[in-house]
Design a protein around this ligand. Sequence first.
Ligand code: ZN
Length: 69
Amino acid sequence: MKQLSQIEECPKCAGREFGRGKQNGYAVMLPINKAMSFGSEVEHIICTSCGYIIESYVKKPEKFKGTME
Ligand SMILES: [Zn+2]
C-alpha cells in the first residue's frame, strides 16, 4: 500500500489534528461490475476539528482493477 500523504492542515478549518476512521459493514466500497465481489473497507483521514474527510482509501485497491473497462 502506498504511503499516506503528509497532511499539513485541514483545507476547511485549518485545523492540524487528524484521526483515522474506517467504514465497513454496509459502507464497504464495491467494485461496480463485479457482482460476486465482497468489496473493500474504506479508510478515511478525518479532521478532528470540523469532521471534514481529507482523504479516503480503500483497503484493497486491487479489487477495483478493471472496473473502468
Ligand atoms: Zn477541519
